[in-house]
Design a protein around this ligand. Sequence first.
Ligand SMILES: *Cc1c(COP(=O)(O)O)cnc(C)c1O
Length: 431
Amino acid sequence: MTVDTTSFLTRAVHAGRGQEPASSRATPIYLTAGFEFDDFDHAAGHFGTGAGFGYTRTGNPTVHAVERQLAALESGADAVLLASGQAAVATALLTVAGAGDHIVSSTHIYEGTRGLLLDNLTRLGIETSFVDDIADPDAWRAEIRPNTRALFAESIANARNDILDVAAISAVGDEFAIPLIVDNTLATPYLLRPIEHGAAIVVHSASKFLAGHGSVLGGVIVDDGRFDASRAGHNAPHLVLPGRGGLPGVVERHGGRARIAYARESVAPRFGASPSPLNAFLIGQGAETLALRVERQSRNALEVARWLAAQDAVESVDYAGLETHPDHDKAVRYLSGGFGSIFTFTLRGGLEAARRFVESVQVFTHMTHIGDVRSLVLHPGTTSHAFRTDEERDVLGVQPGTLRLSIGIESVDDLIADLSRVLTAVPETVA
Ligand SMILES: *Cc1c(COP(=O)(O)O)cnc(C)c1O
């Protein structure tokens, strides 16, 4: 339409548009609610097959570029980006399970995920059983029922730094044709790619390491693209049955990628936690430097953990990178390039020492976030795990003197100097 001769009001919203084709090296940000159709048939075709772009909640080129990037980093076939990590976990679980179904989950999971399973999904008719000894395949096997639709665990779990034996637990799922869903937020695909060890689905809070800058929230689901309808169809009737109005079912249209296609077509856009294309761009920018950051963060974390373990004020350090950690062998087997940068340590002085610590650090930031380029500290006992019983906190490795660190990319000397000033303040003044 030519708008040059129209009124001011019309020119305000129509003038000046028109896209010159240009090969932007950075991913262009398509910050738009929707996309103009070329013609009548193009619109009908989009609604018929989902091809091309119509509305940003169902697809956006910036979002898709980041999905391809993250799928490639995780060695997956395809990915769906969401507005937060919680949205990714919820969407992944609602992709595999519905009312009357059952999930087996590790006890050692993010508190938000635990709430989702115990409260929200239970109210939707999806029941969850929890496994405490996640290293024991029989403990998982024992919880599986005929209506179990997924196993769920974190590759590196807070607060004890347990390392998931991805191959062994995927194999248990495989016996029953059930996917293992791994929350790989703490490990990142730089250190561990669960799909290469047999996991079917990986989820992330992209708000953490993938973005890395702590400026946005985001989440992603990555699928292995190996859904086998002949083996697993009975566990996923919504994927194998014909579609509404006799249309071909999801497997018929998408084959091995049926699961992620269903997440993209049916779950993500209807529950509606779509990411902003601007946030998608910022996650993509962050992910480009993931390896550099995580390598440095892991190196810093190992040094900080070793230093802490040698301090009188410190009772224990739960970091899988230390030879003394019960899962160190598994960490060596599964993680390459470092051992991650999130771990807890416990002060002998208990709650009061923990309070002094968070209020005295200067280089560390006191906040509830992880995977940032900055080093962060939080007291789980009175924050994330405040509403657990003492017994539950004990099982999870959260004591009154326990602090969680997320180590950043700063100079490790400055980090240790900050810790040293706080932890050795009293003896130094006495001396
Ligand atoms: C932060 C986090 C989530 C939730 O992600 P949000 O982006 O905060 O919604 C899920 N799992 C783990 C392991 C996390 O650390």
